[in-house]
Ligand binder design. Structure first.
Ligand code: HEC
Ligand code: HEC
Ligand code: HEC
Ligand code: HEC
Ligand code: HEC
Length: 206
């Protein structure tokens, strides 16, 4: 009898643990393989909208990829180049104009809830703490510059970011992934640039 109650308690504990694991699924990061990692961000910023529909070039916001090791995440000021004027999606602005017309009054300026977070952060002088998606260990040397200069497009390593509502880690970023491309991509890149990717250990490990 006693062992049976113990067994049932144990079963409940396992079920509860499983449920909480599944619920927090997107936050679990397996050591050495974060493929598919797609964390929620503090502002629901969409690459599908900005890089896809609006066709803003990747380098407009990630200019670091050409000039430094890191591609970098744009500061809020870059967003304000447009969002000083665009305070809500066109649909919401049009809907308010229509309603105001019907009610015979001036339209009220519209501000989207997501963009309000951007304005609040700027007003309070606080940075937006974006969640890091891609990350390789410190003992690996990765630099965006030589790759971008060789004419390898962002999508070769990051997938079709311009279709993603929320950025997802497409590649495994494992050593095998780096080495496979370095081994196979000899001669010329698609952009026609002659390249010679290194395969020796010290090229990638200091
Ligand atoms: C209008 C600005 C803007 C444009 C254009 C843009 N991005 Fe981003 N990008 C961001 C912001 C802001 C973040 C951080 C929030 C997030 O992850 O969505 C980000 C995050 C990323 C990340 C994940 C960074 C990490 O934490 O690992 C990748 C990869 C990325 N962008 C690639 C691209 C590519 C490829 C393009 C072009 C197809 C592009 N971006 C266009 C603003 C931009
Ligand atoms: C080149 C102009 C431009 C830049 C730069 C830009 N945006 Fe936008 N963004 C727009 C436009 C235009 C819309 C409205 C699209 C529509 O009407 O559907 C928009 C819509 C949005 C929305 C959707 C609002 C909602 O409620 O759905 C969010 C959130 C947003 N932008 C965040 C950002 C952030 C954060 C940055 C900086 C990393 C940024 N934008 C940079 C032009 C821009
Ligand atoms: C050869 C593969 C490769 C290419 C090409 C590439 N990236 Fe990356 N990217 C990576 C790797 C690997 C990381 C993780 C780096 C780290 O953790 O230090 C990364 C990280 C990032 C990050 C987040 C961290 C950072 O560096 O600031 C952004 C944003 C990003 N890439 C954007 C881009 C954009 C935009 C392009 C195209 C202009 C691009 N990447 C081209 C492999 C690549
Ligand atoms: C899609 C193919 C591709 C992937 C994936 C890739 N690389 Fe490369 N990498 C290249 C090419 C091409 C070059 C050679 C550029 C040249 O010769 O001008 C290069 C060059 C390098 C160099 C030499 C830089 C220099 O200054 O000469 C290092 C270091 C490097 N890559 C590290 C990495 C690491 C670390 C990863 C994985 C996280 C990685 N690469 C993933 C294609 C790739
Ligand atoms: C083109 C880049 C590249 C080259 C060349 C390279 N590595 Fe790596 N290596 C990596 C990356 C990236 C990781 C991190 C993998 C991860 O986080 O899953 C790594 C991880 C490792 C690890 C940690 C254990 C592991 O598997 O995660 C060891 C040990 C290692 N490398 C040894 C070597 C040796 C020895 C050589 C030469 C024969 C070498 N590497 C060549 C990119 C490279």
């Amino acid at each position: 009898m006693k062992t049976r109650i113990l067994f049932l308690l144990l079963l409940c504990a396992v079920i509860l643990a499983t449920i909480s694991l599944v619920k927090s699924g997107s936050r679990i990061r397996l050591a050495g393989n974060d493929q598919g990692y797609q964390p929620a961000q503090p502002i629901a910023y969409s690459h599908r909208l900005h890089a896809g529909e609006l066709a803003i070039p990747c380098l407009y916001c990630h200019s670091g990829a050409e000039k430094s090791r890191r591609a970098g995440i744009p500061a809020a000021g870059v967003c304000m180049n447009c969002h000083r004027y665009v305070t809500d999606v066109l649909g919401a602005v049009r809907a308010e104009e229509k309603l105001a017309g019907e009610e015979g009054r001036d339209p009220v300026p519209q501000t989207s809830l997501e963009l309000k977070k951007l304005y609040d952060a700027l007003e309070q002088g606080e940075p937006i703490v974006w969640k890091r998606v891609h990350s390789i260990p410190d003992f690996v040397a990765f630099d965006h510059r030589p790759h971008v200069a060789a004419g390898i497009i962002c999508q070769s390593c990051h997938g079709a970011v311009e279709t993603m509502e929320r950025v997802r880690q497409e590649a495994s970023l494992s050593m095998g992934w780096c080495v496979r491309c370095h081994r196979d991509l000899t001669g010329r890149t698609e952009a026609g640039k002659p390249v010679n990717p290194p395969l020796d250990c010290v090229a990638c490990h200091y």
